[in-house]
Design a binder for this molecule. Structure first.
Ligand code: GTP
Ligand code: MG
Length: 498
């Protein structure tokens, strides 16, 4: 278990780096509404989606080793259930639900990363819940069971935006399992939309595993091949790609009447046992893979935040230049007006220098005031609008990476400039851009280095490390004495010292 503990501790450090280096700047300039580390601080999640009755809940029960979720042939469960760990009841008393909480509590609890789903409203809150379970598999990851995807239902019937919820959860998840069953191999309408649009927009391919479940129900090996072929064909149609994603084959022995009675199991099943093992391994590997995602998360957000600030800086500089030019023009015009006033006063026969200077000065000030309140404001408004219309020219978009990052932040930049609350100076903006760029270079680099060191460590290394080391307390004490973090220990190979 030491390995998992170490991984959790690294995750905590990455979240801390984000909290210190990126979040304050990001919140200050409206780059995001909630702290950037909100989604990464919580433990890794495995999201399970798929057709109704494809065996999602049975699969989870099988994995946890107890009947935690309701199962049944018809669409059974139309709720999203977050299943997480709790050890208030010892495992020796059997795996069981130790606590349940409703959706409202879950959406409003800052300890959980679900506040972004609050906007889905009451109907969603009543279809969202938390179960705490004392299964050892949940120590370092959480599982989310979801309502089955249907053909006949619309967003209005559900009362909340189902695809948006799936997208939000997929974005937070370290792994997404998409389950199909042998009866409906890739033909359900909601599944089509989820795979084609929602998942591709919210997560990366390497985080998705397609699973053909309930394979024990195929009449023969030939039948299984036919179903598998159908699913491959449907998936390539849905994704619009020729290369078919990897599909794992699975079944839940306890949910199958034949298998649980131990009679007439299809003879091909034992040959496919390795598939179920691989799937289990992929799930238990989620915390480790999650670290790679977090490294990418830090890199992406520090880069985008830098790009965002660059755009604000470009806008501010252009605006300042425009303002200086126009103020100068206004001043020249007012000065001219003041001179004309002096000339007029002279022509009226007054030659007292004090009166002449007073008339010129008063006229200049009055004209400047009129300029500033009437013309300058209008000109600035027009300039602002022009810049908003030509937003894409604000920063250079040389390569595809810049274009992608601009695509991701463009709307936010626009919203910010439309409001233009200007709670910061040009100097502060430059300073913050500099520190974000440095965080991008250094923090992201440190994390990558530490992770590549971690990847080199084998299970034996961990076992050896654990054998030599140290209780958790002793390790923590030694770390503290040396003033090192887990990241530094990995990065500098200090682990040999322990
Ligand atoms: N033979 C067999 N039956 C299964 C398997 N997995 C699930 N079932 C059965 O299929 C039915 C549906 O299973 P569930 O686990 O409720 O499916 P679900 O995807 O959670 O369904 P919804 O929550 O309604 O979307 C139940 O009657 C299960 O007993 C399996 O691997 N083999
Ligand atoms: Mg279910």
């Amino acid at each position: 278990m030491y390995r998992e503990k170490f991984i959790s501790s690294l995750r905590e450090e990455i979240a801390e780096a984000v909290a210190v280096h990126l979040t304050p700047v990001a919140l200050r300039y409206d780059y995001c509404d909630v702290p950037l580390e909100t989604n990464i601080r919580w433990q890794p999640m495995v999201l399970i989606i798929g057709n109704y009755s494809s065996g999602k809940s049975s699969f989870i029960n099988e994995f946890l080793g107890a009947k935690i979720q309701d199962t049944g042939q018809a669409p059974t469960d139309d709720s999203f259930t977050v299943i997480t760990h709790d050890d208030s009841v010892p495992e020796t008393e059997g795996v069981q639900v130790t606590e349940e909480r409703d959706g409202k509590a879950l959406l409003n609890d800052p300890e959980y990363p679900f506040s972004t789903l609050r906007k889905q409203g009451e109907r969603f809150a009543s279809h969202f819940r938390l179960k705490k379970v004392n299964s050892p598999f949940l120590r370092h990851l959480a599982i989310i069971d979801t309502p089955g995807m249907l053909d006949s239902i619309t967003e209005r019937d559900r009362g909340y935006d189902y695809q948006e919820v799936i997208g939000d959860l997929a974005q937070k998840a370290g792994l997404v399992l998409v389950l199909f069953d042998a009866h409906k191999a890739g033909t359900v309408r909601e599944a089509y939309k989820s795979i084609r649009e929602t998942l591709s927009a919210h997560t990366s391919e390497d985080r998705i595993i397609f699973v053909l479940n309930r394979i024990d129900e195929c009449a023969s090996f030939n039948d299984l091949l036919r179903v598998y072929g159908t699913l491959c064909w449907n998936l390539s149609q849905i994704t619009g790609r020729k290369d078919i994603p990897m599909i794992r084959l699975a079944y839940s022995p306890n949910a199958s009447p034949v298998l649980s009675r131990n009679t007439g199991a299809p003879e091909y099943l034992p040959l496919l046992e390795n598939q179920r093992e691989d799937l289990k391994k992929a799930i238990t590997e989620t915390p480790r893979r999650r670290l790679d995602h977090l490294a990418a998360y830090v890199e992406t957000h520090s880069e985008r935040l830098g790009h965002y600030l660059e755009a604000l800086l470009a806008w501010r500089m252009a605006f300042r230049k425009f303002r200086i030019q126009k103020t100068f023009t206004g001043f020249l015009c007012s000065l001219l007006g003041g001179s004309l006033a002096t000339l007029g006063t002279m022509m009226a026969g007054l030659d007292d220098p004090v009166i002449l200077a007073g008339a010129g000065g008063v006229a200049t000030i009055l004209l400047m005031l009129i300029w500033m309140t009437l013309f300058q404001k209008r000109l600035e408004g027009a300039f602002h609008q022009k810049k908003l219309d030509g937003l894409d020219t604000l920063t250079p978009l040389g390569d595809q990476t810049r274009k992608d990052s601009w695509e991701a932040i463009r709307e936010r930049v626009q919203r910010h400039l439309e409001r233009d609350e200007g709670r910061y100076s040009l100097f502060e903006l430059r300073h913050d851009l500099f520190s974000v760029r440095r965080a991008h270079r250094e923090a992201a680099h440190d994390i990558r280095e530490a992770l590549s060191e971690l990847a080199k460590m084998t299970d034996e290394d961990f076992a050896e490390w654990e054998a030599h080391r140290l209780t958790d307390e002793a390790y923590e004490a030694e770390k503290k004495r040396l003033g090192l973090s887990d990241l530094e220990i990995l990065k500098n190979s200090y682990r040999h010292m322990f």
